[in-house]
Write a protein that binds this ligand. Structure first.
Ligand SMILES: Cc1cc2nc3c(=O)[nH]c(=O)nc-3n(C[C@H](O)[C@H](O)[C@H](O)COP(=O)(O)O)c2cc1C
Length: 470
């Protein structure tokens, strides 16, 4: 997998002219063996994923896809189908249908999902009140000349949305696929009076007109372009993150941090569903986190405080869990280790974002046995073993070069494959829980919080479960 990278500056990306864009399609559908159906599916899917990345339901729900007669319109039809599956409510305006099997199929697929088709006459003159998102899938890079009816009028209605005199009410955002319709493929909005989309999803590579795009969100979709094309056209493309089908390019989104808000939707967590033993409950939720595809479900925040009582937190990785507690490994001379030696109590926090869950665990901490640390140390890759020796964790060093130097020396020393001894200053800690809290996000901030604390019953140690107010 490509390593994650940060936003690619718009000026370090390649832009295509109209001839190059057409040539790339010819090569893809010629020697490279793609067919138009495939390219349309990939394009439409990447448009839908780009939209879903920025505009979230329920604030953005009603989507009108205005589809032209060509491939750009087909991309719009595909995007609308995927948006339906993502939970949006799409409507289609497809006034000049193309009588080809591919397009007929796309229409049938949408009709079978009961996605409404609206005629131009059905559409409101002013789009402002009826939709949250309008997908401009009217014309693509191969269009030239002046738009003809009914598209000229539809484009004018999209232009009117950008008119500041209408800004007193919430207008839908316009998302253009590859080219804002009516723009010149290379020169952009020649008259200065064209569509001003809020989002542009470029396909394969941005076309030259995209340099003039001034909306908030520029994405690149179409994560399938073979290296052959990239080399031939000397394309400098951004890398995609993880498994995403789209990537943001250009300036970062301007966000109002105070307005960032998620509405958590989860099944409710009732007392009768909670396991009597919090370790079993933890294991259940941990298994869910594993199954959800989270990258490091074992990452947890560890908070400690030394004798001065000032808390400090950092992430560590859970490396063992049994009835005795939660185990992680670290440097015994680090800041956290010094704090634990002064005050052997700590708190762990797991946050499993996509499950709307967090788990808090608090308790006393002690070192694991030397044998346990020894065994784990030797199960790690040799590079990590060397890293543990090199790193005098939490001490000040003169620069990165210092680490490289130490690493090279140790790599040379152990290049014969001999056993790398575990350094004395490295090993594990085990937190023995005294309380657990299982939190699950719910709508309107009425979250579930089930707390476990130990109690004695008939001489038996049990766990009491109580619900806390969110
Ligand atoms: C996801 C993640 C996992 C980490 N896992 C560990 C770990 O298991 N052990 C460790 O010593 N440091 C780990 N670190 C680094 C710590 O967060 C921290 O920088 C380091 O332990 C020094 O902390 P201290 O100076 O407070 O002792 C991890 C960092 C991240 C972001």
């Amino acid at each position: 997998m490509a390593s994650p990278r940060f936003l690619q500056e718009a000026d370090s990306i390649s832009y295509l002219n109209q001839r190059q864009a057409a040539e790339i399609d010819e090569i893809l559908m010629g020697p490279l063996g793609f067919c138009v159906d495939q390219l349309m599916e990939l394009a439409g899917l990447s448009v839908a994923t780009s939209i879903a990345e920025v505009y979230k339901p329920p604030e953005f729900n009603r989507v009108l896809a205005i589809c032209g007669p060509g491939n750009n319109g087909g991309d719009g039809l595909v995007a609308a189908r995927h948006l339906h599956h993502f939970g949006y409510k799409p409507f289609i305006c497809y006034p000049k249908r193309t009588a080809k099997a591919l397009y007929n199929g796309l229409v049938t697929q949408l009709e079978s999902l009961s996605i409404p088709f609206l005629s131009v006459e059905d559409l409101p003159v002013d789009f402002s009140g009826d939709f949250d998102i309008i997908v401009d899938a009217i014309f693509g890079f191969s269009f030239h000349g002046s738009p003809r009816p009914p598209f000229d009028d539809l484009i004018q209605r999209l232009v009117a949305l950008g008119d500041s005199s209408q800004k007193h009410q919430k207008s839908p955002v316009v998302v253009s696929i590859d080219i804002p319709s009516g723009w010149h493929v290379e020169e952009g909005d020649l008259s200065g009076e064209g569509i001003k989309p809020e989002m542009l999803v470029s396909l394969t590579a941005p076309k030259l007109c995209a340099k003039k795009f001034s909306g908030g969100h520029h994405f690149l979709g179409g994560r399938f372009v073979p290296q052959y094309i990239a080399d031939k056209f000397m394309l400098d493309r951004p890398e995609y993150f993880g498994t995403s089908l789209c990537v943001r390019i250009g300036k970062p989104p301007q966000v109002d941090i105070s307005a960032l808000r998620e509405n958590y939707i989860s099944p409710e967590f009732w007392e009768d569903q909670a396991e009597a033993d919090p370790f079993v409950q933890f294991q259940k939720w941990f298994d869910d986190a594993m199954a959800s595809g989270l990258r490091e479900p074992n990452a947890m925040a560890l908070s400690t405080a030394g004798k001065d009582g000032k808390p400090s937190s950092r992430m560590v990785l859970l490396k063992g869990l049994d009835k005795d507690g939660f185990v992680w490994y670290t440097n015994y001379e680090s800041r956290k280790a010094q704090e634990i030696s002064q005050n052997p109590y700590a708190a762990l926090l797991f946050h499993w974002d996509i499950l709307n869950r967090q788990v808090r665990v608090e308790g006393s901490v002690e070192k694991v046995s030397d044998e346990e640390s020894e065994q784990y140390f030797h199960s790690r890759p040799r590079g990590s073993q060397i890293g543990a020796i090199v790193s005098k964790q939490s001490t000040v060093i003169p620069g990165r070069q210092y680490l490289h130097q130490q690493q090279e020396e140790l790599e040379a020393q152990y290049s014969n494959g001999s056993l790398i001894p575990k350094p004395k200053h490295w090993g594990g800690y085990r937190l023995k829980p005294e309380s657990f809290e299982f939190w699950q996000g719910q709508t309107s901030r009425l979250h579930d919080r089930l707390c476990y604390s130990p109690e004695e019953n008939d001489g038996k140690r049990l766990w009491k479960i109580e619900r806390l107010c969110p």
